[in-house]
Design a protein around this ligand. Sequence first.
Ligand code: SF4
Length: 364
Amino acid sequence: MNALQAEIAESILKKVGQRILPDLSEFETIFSDSFSRYRNELLKMADETRRKHVGDDVFLRGLIEFSNYCSCACNYCGISSYNRKLKRFRMTADEILNTVKYAYEIGFRSFVLQAGEDKFFDENTLLSIIDRIKSGFDCALSLSTGEWPAESLRKFKNAGADRYLLRIETSDPVIFGELHPDSRWEDRDHCLKDIKNAGFQTGSGILIGIPGQSHAVLYSDLKYLIDLDPEMIGIGPFIPHPDTPLGNEKGGDIETTITFLALIRLYLPDSYIPATTAMGSIHPEGRKMALMAGANVLMPNVSPVENRASYELYPNKICLNDNALKCTKCIEGWVGEIGRKVNMGYGHIVRNSSSGRDKSRPYG
Ligand code: SF4
């Protein structure tokens, strides 16, 4: 690295530290080889920001994958309707409640209900499940059940659901359309606004390394997420699934994923960011690396073990055979090794004006 490159790198770090958005060329530099000596500094800044704004706890959310039926044929997703090899399953409401009970007895107080776009679970069915969980268990509940009309979202919120997760996946409508032949970017974006308006703690995020994603697109993803300002942000590497049309594409890499995650922590300092299972699936230390670069949430799978292999959104997904108790013990161990501690409480996101985004001072 020559003196000029070092000067540029230092000036970028300074800007990021002051939460001033870099321009596109500076953003590209962050992901270039010439910045590699400075990347650790960036990750350390993100880790320190995480510690200062959301503390050392690593919040566990018990993930329940309750149906792998999906009416959509997204080109990258292992459970899309495109995948005819997949054995499909739907849990009954009683099975879902029993799963919550089992994980609750282990100590979980926060759950995520996730499924494909399966309208077998219509509005009333979901409302009844939300009501049974929230009236039977003292817990926080997140939904990750695709796009719904504003009115349904309001009903889910009124029934007691606390959070809603819906990834935008990319800020580029053209790429979005290529990945999701059954969905429109504008509808996804609109639905996210409806989720926020319904009063949910809102989660969104993107995929790293999808075909067509240039640094300019990634830059626009960062700006999109800063502008949306969700309480939770999930960043996952794209992992090609062999039984999908994108099965032969190159996947997202861990360095880009972790670097982008660190930027999210720095620009949205009080957000809750999971160390995603996908990160752990592309690198043995992936989730640990994420926790050391700004992440503060883990979402262990508490679904019945017999269903796990059929919810393979991408190949080589980790922890398919570990029951919730074994998984929790394992997580407590390695989280402790990095000097952090597991928190199995509600994990509600507390926003305070001094740590959240100051809307009167736009970035950049
Ligand atoms: S990404 Fe979501 S909507 Fe698309 S196929 Fe997979 S589960 Fe269905």
